[in-house]
Write a protein that binds this ligand. Sequence first.
Ligand code: ADP
Length: 275
Amino acid sequence: MSYNSRNQRDSATINQKNQAVFNVEGVKVYYGGFLALLDVHLQIPDKEIIAFIGPSGCGKSTLLRCFNRMNDLIPGAKVEGRLHYRDRNIYDSRINSVKLRRQVGMVFQRPNPFPKSIYENIAFSPRANGYKGNLDELVENSLRRAAIWNEVKDKLKAKGTALSGGQQQRLCIARAIAMKPDVLLMDEPCSALDPISTRQVEELCLELKEQYTIIMVTHNMQQASRVADWTAFFNTEIDEYGKRRGKLVEFSPTVQMFNSPNTQEAQEYISGRFG
Ligand code: ADP
């Protein structure tokens, strides 16, 4: 089955799937005094791929970083509202954000392998976190799950940074998987990759969603339509001081978003009238 038709099939069955993994209620994000993202309400379904689309600066990455409190690492960033991850408010002061980031892993735009061997790229963090199982097995399984084992199994001692860009990105996905996460956040994971590597990462995401919820920021609408079950469309509006702030406009099943969105704004964006 082609992966397009697989996606269509999956989209048709979303209503029978599980409950929300994240429940976002009235989340606002400020950078200093600037309200960058306005009042988001959203439920992220479990074991699905969710794409965030919209023009630059509309808050997609900002919201993505809320899901594992990465915004905590940005000086001046402030998150208001409630964001529940499996019934826990992750902005509760008792939440351990380091532990949260193990459950909600992140893959960045530019592949960022450690300047270590391929093996150590996978083994380093689990070992540092006291992993008691067989590290060789964990390395192999993670690389297999990320569909890169066959390409690297004979050179596990080679530097991760010596791999091609597409391989490095799959290595980074393997590294994230090795921590046994529940959710993978991906911030434009293919924007630095060639079309073949992009295709491989997309195929991989479709495999991985059997086990993980994947939330992906993408500027590539074809990519969203190929891989995502659900699509969130963000846009900007001008505030009373003339500043642009981001907002979530529509969250719909991808097939609906790209064929008959509920909002005029999404319709105009998807048909290329702006953005
Ligand atoms: P997108 O991912 O949709 O391109 P971002 O989430 O990166 O949008 O940015 C949303 C808004 O927040 C933009 O106006 C951007 O300039 C601002 N912003 C993002 N990151 C920071 C930051 N670290 N400090 C200050 N402003 C930021």
